[in-house]
Design a protein around this ligand. Structure first.
Ligand code: ZN
Length: 150
């Protein structure tokens, strides 16, 4: 990661192509009743916040709380980040699911947000994806903005 803040065209939206959307839905439904988690990658050269690829990560939370928490292994994250960097991709953000809970940020979610990254939440009810939302914490004042998914 470098320290430069990139200026992209669309500040408050993230582009989720149909095939990526389908992939994410499958991952979230497969993980049910547990939370899934993963990385959203975009092209470094792009001036658009467009998800080009995702990688699913193991939910490292304790078994008994996997239905309401997720934890990412820093080693797994680092390894994927390096692989994708070589191909011209960077981390745009993270996804995780909320089994039988609304697609809004929990207190735990808010506490672990890295500023400027996107957080996509997938709501899964009875094993089926019902809704999704995206959020970002602003670097300037730590406020949180809901992002349009297009
Ligand atoms: Zn959450």
């Amino acid at each position: 990661m470098n320290g430069d803040l990139k200026v992209r065209k669309y500040d408050n939206q993230i582009v989720l192509p149909k095939d990526i959307c389908t992939q994410i839905e499958q991952v979230a439904e497969k993980a049910y009743p547990n939370e899934c988690c993963g990385i959203l990658f975009g092209a470094v050269e792009s001036d658009l916040d467009k998800v080009e690829a995702i990688e699913v990560l193991d939910n490292m939370s304790t078994q008994s709380i996997k239905d309401s928490y997720y934890m990412i292994s820093p080693l797994e994250l680092f390894s994927y980040e390096q692989d994708y960097q070589k191909q011209g991709y960077e981390i745009l953000g993270f996804l995780h699911s909320h089994p039988d809970a609304s697609a809004i940020l929990s207190a735990a979610d808010k506490a672990q947000m890295v500023p400027e990254l996107f957080y996509l939440i997938i709501e899964v009810r009875q094993g089926k994806v019902t809704s999704q939302s995206a959020w970002r914490k602003n670097k300037s004042d730590d406020s949180i903005t809901e992002i349009n998914i297009t």
